[in-house]
Design a protein around this ligand. Structure first.
Ligand code: NAD
Length: 323
């Protein structure tokens, strides 16, 4: 274990590096800009700079609607040609490269070597434990998972967890920084593939794929079953408190005593289905049918307006004004 470095307050951080600037990395860039940070981005993909500019442009109306930090500018970023230039002098690094274990191992090792010893490097990985991603790093002590949700500029949650070689101070500092910039943080003290939220999402996703593969439900029916059903309750109470209410006056205790036996019913399969070409094609065609002619930009704008409206409605219903 290395000694923890003397740390400047997270409020002193003014520049962030975003490594990988696709859907998630670009969303992080937009969020950091809205919170008043300067951002240095690095992305080796063809056309990455133009894509990032378009993503920031598409996100900015929603971010403006929510309120920008003083001095926030959609132009306070630059795309630089090397990793070393991206991380030079920054106070925090957010890695959002493709979900490829070998790529992450190489990249995180390079980032750990290129950054100062008080800079935390957070990976947006959807599910790799940091212990698996940090194996090539000479010094893994500052490597943490900082798992966001799409779009990172609107969904508050970030799941934070270290690996075997991560120092506790680095996990705490990542959590502190995310809270400082307005995120809702779950700080986990043990590694779990998929963390918490993706394990739950994956259970639903697997069952949805099974139902489409078996011709039991269409893509549109699956989406409607959530948007017009349980999805309306989850923003307020989550799945557990929702079921507490489903037990009536007896709450969770009655709910479990009443419905406990049906846990054994063959309602779900949970094993992942084979992603056959046919299933892939059916899902793609179903998604296009659900989109009903709306292009991606229209869907993104619609989603962003809805997330803001739901967030505000839930805050108001709870009697709070911080939504
Ligand atoms: N899409 C989601 O809903 C979602 C949600 C949470 C977390 N994540 C995670 O975020 C990360 C990025 O996913 P995404 O959906 O933004 O993918 P994406 O394909 O949209 O973006 C990946 C970007 O990385 C760039 N890239 C390619 N090689 C690179 C390298 N060696 N170093 C740095 N960048 C490189 C690509 O050019 C591309 O712009 C993944 O780890 C993913 O699991 C995704």
């Amino acid at each position: 274990m290395s000694e923890s470095p003397s740390l400047r307050p997270v409020s002193d951080i003014d520049t962030v590096a975003c490594i990988g600037a696709g859907v998630i990395g670009g969303g992080w860039v937009a969020y950091f800009l809205a919170r008043g940070y300067r951002v240095r981005a690095w992305d080796p993909g063809a056309g990455a700079e133009d894509r990032l500019r378009r993503l920031i442009g598409a996100a900015w109306p929603a971010l403006t609607e929510l309120g920008l930090a003083p001095g926030a500018s959609p132009d306070a970023w630059e795309m630089v040609p090397t990793v070393a230039e991206a991380v030079e002098g920054v106070g925090f690094v957010q890695e959002s490269a493709p979900e490829d274990l070998e790529l992450k191992r190489t990249l995180l090792a390079e980032l750990a070597a290129a950054t100062a010893d008080d800079v935390v490097i957070a990976s947006s990985t959807s599910g790799y434990p940091m212990s698996d991603m940090a194996t090539s790093a000479a010094d893994p002590s500052r490597l943490v998972v900082g798992h966001p949700f799409n779009p990172p500029y609107l969904i508050p949650l970030v799941e934070v967890v270290g690996g075997k070689g991560t120092e506790d101070w680095a996990v705490s500092r990542a959590a502190e920084f995310y809270r400082h910039i307005g995120k809702s943080v779950i700080q986990m003290d043990q590694e779990l593939p998929g963390f918490i939220a993706n394990r739950l999402q994956e259970a639903i996703w697997r069952e949805a794929l099974h139902m489409v593969a078996e011709g039991e439900a269409t893509v549109e029916q699956i989406d409607l079953s959530i948007t017009d059903g349980p999805g309306l309750r989850w923003p307020v109470h989550g799945p557990c408190l929702t079921f507490h209410l489903a037990g009536g006056e007896g709450g969770m205790a009655h709910m479990l005593d009443h419905f406990g036996p049906s846990l054994k019913s063959p309602w779900t399969r949970l094993e992942a289905p084979e992603l056959t070409e046919r299933l892939r094609d059916d899902m793609v065609a179903g998604a296009h049918a659900s989109a009903g002619g709306r292009d991606m930009a229209t869907l993104v704008a619609e989603r962003d307006r809805a997330i803001i409206a739901v967030t505000r409605a839930v805050a108001a219903a709870r009697g709070r004004t911080d939504g």
